[in-house]
Write a protein that binds this ligand. Structure first.
Ligand SMILES: Cc1ncc(COP(=O)(O)O)c(C=O)c1O
Length: 318
């Protein structure tokens, strides 16, 4: 029996706050080895654990084929560069091979299998103390984990998400905020803020009140014939799905705009959605307690979701 066969209805997500209830993985890939997921894996001296001194990517694989792998690896290298983490020269090959091996042993590489993959790279383990990493003699730790993709929680597609503005503001001058680092306390705090108010997710605003991004997705508005999303300068992660969405806009006759956007523009949009690699495209229908347009998922949003899922299934090229 493969691990996927053991998925029961009790494993299906039921909560509206997106707490993961996916089944536990059987294995993790750590620096070239497939290890039982339930074991002990990392050194307590690993700087990723001690300081959040690491980077990560979250990817999706369909039928064993990793979606936009090159784009994710390019972003991983960019994040590594931002923190001066030196990746091994063969990192990409090892990672690609590791993902393949892990998906296979997890029973997630068959036709129609849909997997989410977490790739984490820390600066590595160091016995000394302090913030400044040693200039040599430290080897990055590479970890890969995989789960079956859970369907969106009930209501997320039919009713849409409710977002609230996080109390944490984003500084567009902060060079770290556009990197995918494992220092995620701000994001956890924001998600907890959302949960306390009964919302599904929190939206970060910049220090001067412009839209930035949600805790694990980019935000997109549709207004008239325009598809608008915060520009890269708005303290956002350059999302791979965001890039796909910007290209998709032209295929449905929308003009793609990357700009500084206000909360008022969100409130007055015809439609809004979040986009990310694993969750895909999810409608946003309320912001800070007020409905956006008629408060229902918009037709272009649902089309974007359907087109993106078809792309992930390999039915269309873009
Ligand atoms: C903060 C943040 N913004 C945006 C995204 C969307 O990026 P992508 O489309 O590459 O998954 C993510 C994805 O995890 C994220 O964590």
């Amino acid at each position: 029996m493969t691990r996927r066969d053991r998925v029961t209805s009790a494993d299906r997500p039921t909560s509206a706050d997106r707490v993961s209830t996916t089944p536990s993985p059987g294995h993790v890939w750590l620096d070239g080895q497939l290890l039982p997921a339930a074991g002990h894996h990392l050194s307590a001296f690993d700087r990723g654990f001690q300081l959040g001194d690491g980077i990560f990517e979250t990817l999706r694989a369909r039928g064993g084929r990793v979606i936009e792998l090159r784009e994710h690896l390019a972003r991983l290298h960019r994040s590594a560069g931002g923190l001066d983490i030196e990746l091994p020269t063969d990192a990409d090959i090892r990672i690609e091979q590791g993902i393949g091996d892990l998906l296979a042993i997890e029973g997630l590489a068959g036709t129609g299998d849909d997997a989410s993959i977490r790739l984490t790279v820390t600066r590595g383990s160091f016995m000394g103390r302090g913030l400044l990493p040693p200039s040599e003699g430290i080897v990055p730790t590479i970890v890969i984990q995989a789960w079956p993709v859970a369907p969106p929680p009930p209501g997320h597609l039919t009713d849409g998400l409710h977002l609230v503005a996080s109390s944490i503001r984003r500084d567009p001058e902060n060079p770290i905020v556009t990197l995918k680092t494992t220092s995620r306390a701000d994001y956890v705090h924001a998600r907890l803020e959302a949960r306390r108010t009964g919302a599904d997710d929190a939206l970060f605003l910049t220090v001067d009140g412009h839209l930035s991004e949600a805790t694990s997705a980019n935000i997109v508005l549709i207004r008239g014939s325009e598809l608008a999303t915060p520009a890269l300068a708005c303290a956002i992660l350059p999302g791979t799905t965001r890039s796909w969405v910007l290209a998709w806009a032209g295929t449905v006759g929308l003009t793609a705009v990357e700009d500084w956007l206000t909360t008022r523009e969100l409130a007055e949009a015809d439609e809004a959605f979040l986009c990310s690699s694993v969750a895909g495209i999810l409608p946003v229908t309320r912001f800070d307690g007020r409905p956006i347009a008629h408060g229902r998922p918009g037709s272009l949003t649902l089309r974007a979701r359907a087109d993106r899922e078809a792309f992930i299934r390999g039915e269309v090229r873009s």
